[in-house]
Design a protein around this ligand. Sequence first.
Ligand SMILES: Nc1ncnc2c1ncn2[C@@H]1O[C@H](COP(=O)(O)OP(=O)(O)OP(=O)(O)O)[C@@H](O)[C@H]1O
Ligand SMILES: [Mg+2]
Length: 247
Amino acid sequence: MQTQRRFSEMDSSSQSTIIRAHKLCHSYGQGDLRRQVLQSIDLTISAGEVVLLTGPSGCGKTTLLTLIGALRTVQQGELEVLGLPMQGASRDQRRSVRQKIGMIFQGHNLLRCLTAEQNVQMGADLLPQRSYATRRALARQWLRAVGLEPELGKLPHDLSGGQKQRVAIARALAAEPRLLLADEPTAALDSRTGREVVDLLKSLARDQGCGVLMVTHDPRILDVADRLLEMEDGQLQERRVLPQAGR
Ligand SMILES: Nc1ncnc2c1ncn2[C@@H]1O[C@H](COP(=O)(O)OP(=O)(O)OP(=O)(O)O)[C@@H](O)[C@H]1O
Ligand SMILES: [Mg+2]
């Protein structure tokens, strides 16, 4: 089982490894209230892989995603993201890793005063080497890809929950990330749109060699995974990939 391989046995020179965790632990609270949420997580994800993470509410899935997304400091264990060790990483190092990661979290975190197009362009603006015109075209291209071109001038307030989620997805993809972290990206979507969105994420992974780690409770999209991981009581188990109907 890959999650149980020892860190030292893994090929540390491999360019294709984008996430590598070894004995990663995380706790919340202090003193008597301290509670360990992640218990010795071992995990390796390679470029181009789509990995789905499931598990009961409160088991630590979002905590793991925020650690990998360099939004939390590593307390114990080893974590390497896009080749950079996260344990002991400086603020600037974590910021530079975050710029290469697309994140779609529960609650879409759109800027309320910006239109759908401007929100997506914020993602494209993380590509300073591209001209303004190219970044604008990228923003439109991704809004079209998630089926929202007619809505590009609307503010988040005037969009449905599912539409806001699609804007958040387009914004993450517009930054051409090397790693995409998604926390229940299809939860607010109907089954057809949910399927379109995961197929889009899958093709991004395949075409751009971008790794995808996606938390989901949605049994309808499990077939998109190359690997399925299940978290229980802060520990990861690799599950057999389901029959790939509908791929
Ligand atoms: N900032 C925090 N401070 C204290 N405890 C926290 C904090 N964030 C999360 N927790 C606790 O840690 C545990 C794991 O939370 P986490 O959000 O990672 O779970 P989850 O698997 O993503 O759950 P869900 O499926 O409901 O989103 C929960 O018991 C939660 O209450
Ligand atoms: Mg969560």
